[in-house]
Design a protein around this ligand. Structure first.
Ligand code: C2E
Ligand code: MG
Ligand code: MG
Ligand code: MG
Length: 273
C-alpha cells in the first residue's frame, strides 16, 4: 500500500499534521544532532531565602538554541524527549553541564551555591543513573550536597516500587531531593512518608492567586513545616505575593520578581554582589 502511494506519501502525511505536530516531528528527528552540536544550554534561576534575601541555590533549566527556531524552551521538547527516550542522554548532559559549571564557579572563588536539576522518572529509573551521577560528581570533585534533584509530584505519585527504590539510593548518596509542582498531582499524602525528602516546591498555579486565594498555599506551607521540610514558592511575580509568603513562613522563593533564569555569566555577577 505504501509503495503504491510512492514518492508523494511523505508529503501527503506531512500536510495532515497540524503546526504543533509537525514541529514535534521535526524536533524528534533533530535531537541527536542537536546534542552532538552543542545546541542545548542551561540557564539558572536564583532561589531567594525569604528572611535574609540570600541566594544559596539555583535551579538549572535547559534551553535549545535551535538553528531555525531560535531559543526554544523545555515545554516544547521535554515531553517529546521523554516519549522517545532521548531524555536519558539529554538528562545526563544536563547533569554534566551543571557540575562543570559548579566546579568552574568554585574555582573562581564564588560563594558556594547548590544547583537543583530537574530529573524525569524515565531518567532516574535507568539502572546506571546513580553510578553515573557519582562518577560525574567525583570527576568534578563536587560534594553531593551541592546537587539537588527535583522530581515532579505527578511522577512520584505513580508510586511504583522502582521509583521508591531509586529515590532511596539517590538520597543515600547525599544529594538533596525536592518535589516539584507540588499540589498539582492530586496524590494521596502517604508518599510524603515513603520518601526521605528535603523540600516541597509549591506550584506556580497556587502562587498566582495570592494573596486573595490563600487557603491551599497556607495548607501546603504548614504541611511542609510539620514534616520538617523546606518549602519553596515557584513563580513569585509581585511584592504582595512576596510579603504574604514571608509572613506565612515560606522559606524560599523563586520567580520573575527576583530574577528570570539567567546565563552563567549573569549568575556570576549576582553571586559576586
Ligand atoms: P519547573 O521545574 O517547574 O521550572 C519552573 C518554570 O517556571 C521554568 O520554566 C521557569 O522559567 C518558570 N518561571 C520561573 N519563575 C517564573 C515566574 O515568576 N513566572 C512565570 N510565569 N514563570 C516562571 P521553563 O524554563 O520553561 O521550564 C519548564 C519546565 O520544563 C520545568 O518546570 C521543568 O519541569 C522542565 N525542565 C526544565 N529543564 C529541564 C531539564 O533539564 N530536565 C527535565 N527533565 N525537565 C526540565
Ligand atoms: Mg523544577
Ligand atoms: Mg515547578
Ligand atoms: Mg513545572
Amino acid at each position: 500500500h505504501a509503495k503504491q502511494e510512492g514518492r508523494n506519501q511523505f508529503v501527503i502525511y506531512q500536510s495532515s499534521f497540524d503546526d504543533g505536530e509537525y514541529k514535534r516531528f521535526v524536533f524528534k528527528s533533530q535531537f541527536v544532532k542537536a546534542l552532538a552540536d552543542r545546541q542545548f544550554f542551561l540557564e539558572y534561576q536564583p532561589r531567594v531565602e525569604l528572611d535574609s534575601g540570600e541566594i544559596n541555590s539555583l535551579e538549572a533549566l535547559v534551553r535549545w538554541n535551535h538553528p531555525d527556531q531560535g531559543i526554544v524552551g523545555p515545554m516544547a521538547f521535554i515531553s517529546l524527549a521523554e516519549e522517545t527516550g532521548f531524555i536519558v542522554p539529554l538528562g545526563e548532559w544536563v547533569i554534566r553541564e551543571a557540575c562543570r559549571q559548579i566546579k568552574q564557579w568554585q574555582q573562581k572563588g564564588l560563594p558556594p551555591v547548590r544547583v537543583a536539576i530537574n530529573v524525569s522518572a524515565k531518567q532516574f529509573l535507568q539502572a546506571s543513573f546513580v553510578n553515573r551521577m557519582k562518577e560525574i560528581l567525583s570527576e568534578n570533585e563536587i560534594k553531593p550536597a551541592f546537587i539537588e534533584i527535583e522530581i515532579t509530584e505527578s511522577e512520584l505519585m505513580k508510586d511504583e516500587q522502582p521509583i521508591v527504590d531509586a529515590l532511596k539510593v539517590i538520597k543515600e548518596m547525599g544529594v538533596f531531593l525536592s518535589i516539584d509542582d507540588f499540589g498539582t498531582g492530586y496524590s494521596s499524602l502517604q508518599y510524603l512518608k515513603t520518601f526521605k525528602l528535603d523540600a516541597l516546591k509549591i506550584d506556580r498555579s497556587f502562587i498566582k492567586d495570592l494573596p486573595q486565594d490563600k487557603a491551599l498555599t497556607k495548607m501546603i506551607i504548614s504541611l511542609a513545616r510539620k514534616l520538617k521540610l523546606k518549602v519553596i514558592a515557584e513563580g513569585v511575580e509581585t511584592h504582595e505575593q512576596h510579603t504574604w509568603l514571608l509572613n506565612s513562613g515560606c522559606h524560599q522563593a523563586q520567580g520573575y520578581l527576583y530574577s528570570k533564569p539567567l546565563g552563567a555569566s549573569d549568575i556570576e555577577y549576582i553571586l559576586n554582589e
